[in-house]
Structure formats: C-alpha cells, structure tokens
Design a protein around this ligand. Sequence first.
Ligand code: NAP
Length: 479
Amino acid sequence: MVSRVIPVNAFDLVLFGATGDLARRKIWPGLFHRFVAGQFDADSRLLGVSRSDLERDAFQAKVKEAVNEPGTDPAQLEEFLKLVDYISIDATGERGWDALAAAVRPNTVRAFYLSVAPKFFGPIARRLEKNGIATPDSRIVVEKPFGHDLASAKALNTELRECFEEHQIYRIDHYLGKETVQNLMALRFANSLFEPLWNSSQIDHVQITVAEKLSVEGRGEYYDQSGAMRDMVQNHLMQLLCLTAMEPPSKFTPNAVRNEKLKIIEALEPVPVDDIARGQYRASGEQGSYQDHAGNPDSATESFIAMKVEVANWRWAGTPFYLRTGKCLRERESEIAVFFRNPPHMIFPGTETPQGNVLVIRLQPDEGMTLHTTIKDPGPGGMRLTEASLDMTFADSLKDSAKPQDAYERLIMDVIRGDQTLFMRGDEVESAWAWADPIIAGWTERNMKPQQYDVGSAGPEDALLLMHKDGRRWRSIGA
Ligand code: NAP
C-alpha cells in the first residue's frame, strides 16, 4: 500500500517560540518531514519568532540541529533551510512587528503558531491584529494548556476572539493527531461491524489508560501547578472518552464532529471526590519522590489519578468509563480498552468463562488494535476454552504506508488546509473545565492528600479498590 501525500497550497507559517523545547523536538522536525514527503514545496515560508537576538544563519543552525537525523539527505536539508527565516520579537513589546508585517506575503495562507506560554496568547493576538498582520483568512494555533480552570479558559477565549473568529482558532490537543485516534473514528463509522454493539447493552465498561514511565523531574515546579487532572484528564483523556462515546456525526466536518463531542462532555455526571483515586509516587533508590521533584514537601498535587465516569445518555447509561493516568508507572502505555459483556449463557459445561471480548485500541507504543476473542483450546481434552487475539499492529499490517506520522505533522498540515476537525472548539474546552473544576475544588476544600505509590507500579491501592468495588479489574499495565 502506498501512502498518499496530498500537497497543501503555499503558506507562510510564523512560529512564535521558535527556539523553544516544543519547536525543537516536534514542530521543526514535523515540518521537515512534511517537506521531505513533498507535502509542501519551496513556495512556502517558515518564519521563526522568539525573543533572542539571532542572525538568520545562527537560527538556521539551530533548526538544522533540530531536524537533522541519521539518513537525512543533506541536499533536502539545505533546500528546507532556505525556507527558514528568523525575526526577533518580544511578545509584550512593540519592536519587530513591522519586520514581520513586511515578511508575510499577500494572498498566501498565514498561520501563526503560538508555541509560547499561554500568558503570551492574548498579547501576540492583539499585536498581530493591531499591526495588520492578521487577515480574515489567517489561522492562529495555540498550544496547551488552554486555561487553568473555567474562568481562565473563558478569559483566554475572549482575548483570542477579540482578534480572531472561532473558525480561525486552532487549539491543539496532540492526542487528536494520533493515527489510532482517527482510526477509532474509522473503526466506528466506516465499518458496520462494531456500531450495533457500541452501547450499554453490549459493552460492560471501557477503560482508558495513559500510563507514563517518566517522572516529572525537570518540570516539577510547572507540573505541581497542574497535576494529572489538569495536565491529562481535562484534555487528553477527555478527548479519547469523547471519540469513544460520541454519536455518529451526520458528516465528517469540523463542527459536526465537535458538536457530538461536546454533547458527551455535557452528559458527564459529576464525580464525587471520594470516588477518585489520587496518588503521588514515592522516592525509589536514587530517584526522588514526587514532592522532591516538585520542590514542595507539602505538595498535595496528584501525579496519578483514576476515576469512574458515567455518561448520562441513552447509549451509555449503565456502562462506566474508567479513566487512569499517571507518572512513574510500570510502562509507557496508552490505550482504550472496550470490554464487551459476557455471553448471557455458557453452553460448555465445566468450562470457566475466560475474559470476554475486549477490543484494545493502542495509542502507544505500537499504534494498533487487538480484539481478544475466546476460542477452543486446541488439541484433545474436551471442550476447554482459551483466549486468542486478532492483532492488527499497523506497522506490521500496512507496511511503509503505516509508518505513523507524528501527531504534530498531521495537525500542522490540517491548519494549513483550514481543517479544524482535530482541534478543540472553545465551547468544548470550557465545558471540560466546567466538569473538572468542582472536582479540583473538592480536593482543595477538603484538604485531601494523594495516596503514595511505588515507582514502577500500577498506581496506588485506591485505584485497585475503585475497580474491585465494582467487581472489575484494570487491565495490567505493561502486560
Ligand atoms: P520553552 O522551551 O520555555 O520555550 C519558550 C519559547 O517562548 C522560546 O522560544 C522563547 O524564546 C519564547 N519566549 C519566551 N518569552 C517570550 C517573549 N516575551 N516574547 C517572545 N517569545 C518569548 O517552552 P516549550 O516547552 O517549547 O513550550 C511552549 C508552549 O508549548 C507552552 O505553552 C507549553 O505549555 C506548550 N507545550 C509544550 C510541550 C513540550 O513538550 N515542551 C508539550 C505540550 C505543550 P527565547 O528562547 O528567545 O526566550
């Protein structure tokens, strides 16, 4: 199968925060990969903007370092660097905006990517507008976090909408750019096999896990202001929940998809704080504890969270969604596991029912899907049952075309195309905060402390109890 690259029209991409960590690790390499793939050509311009005073050559050297990897064709790299320029601008000052106004071209798609701290979103948007750089057709891309709570998310939305229309605003949640996440929509809405089963009469429960092995060391101070609820659940896990639970949109257009996702967020029941498992990892050997990494011995911020979420609508009443995410866990693993109900009656006497059918949609590592089925244990010895899985690891089954694009590559090209399907709409973000805020406020009001857990474990004891109470079990992390 040959991968199809559909070229985009020439564009001017202005990357604020061009010298930052995200730009270096994801955005510049992503742009280079798309260039090499032939998705855009030498008519496009890539303008880096940040505070530092840098000559064009010095900046290009940084970009070169960021994108150069074993096997890179030096000629392609040189061609790519010809598109790259640099302007020094302080987001809160007035210097440099004229140069930017002169650098962007008329009648060319303009995308302003704000890979800077959220406090700069408003000031940059205002200066782009005031200096006539933003046109009615321009796009503005903003990174996470989008707000800290409902009030700050609303304030950010207001600031951005004073200068840009909603259809110009692209709020990134890079989970939505993952191949498997889109495949979840293809699986559900391009096949007739699963959709009739996709409801509470056939599905017992759903588990959504985003487990990380890494600690927060190095960014503990930042993380301590957010915690797993703000950093992961309100955005990434919420988006995965929405795509799993939403009704089929009438068409695959940005607003049709986002309307359906919004309905799910609005249908979420409030979660009692006592029913949530929160954890903090302990020190282990040479490695410090969460509180050491946060630089805060009294920190009550969670590095782990597990909760049961109920979607109160006809399709899902009675089928809980269990969400779980944390740092310093046994493995780095993200998946959505859909547990189908067991057969209503077992006709094979004396056989224990193995685990029923589970559809596992893996986001990382090895994006793919596995359907766990029950079969006869091969060989003599009567009718014994065992488990077998139908495995579809995309990289194996689809060969070259399946080499997954990094989420950022796909999302940036979507911005250029003007396709907002995989970006969060303002009302979605606000609605997710409206659901999360009372939970966070509950912890603070009741001065609740997270439970300690071991590095390399599956989280705190409370997370296991959460499932045991319901007569269910988590899927093993790193199985
Ligand atoms: P970073 O490494 O601290 O880089 C910040 C960038 O902002 C630098 O290019 C810096 O330029 C620029 N900057 C700072 N103050 C400025 C000002 N007054 N005017 C103009 N530019 C200014 O941050 P980052 O990790 O790349 O993160 C950028 C954004 O992406 C943040 O919103 C973050 O939350 C989000 N994000 C990051 C990651 C990640 O993995 N890093 C993941 C998801 C989301 P100078 O170097 O010239 O000062």
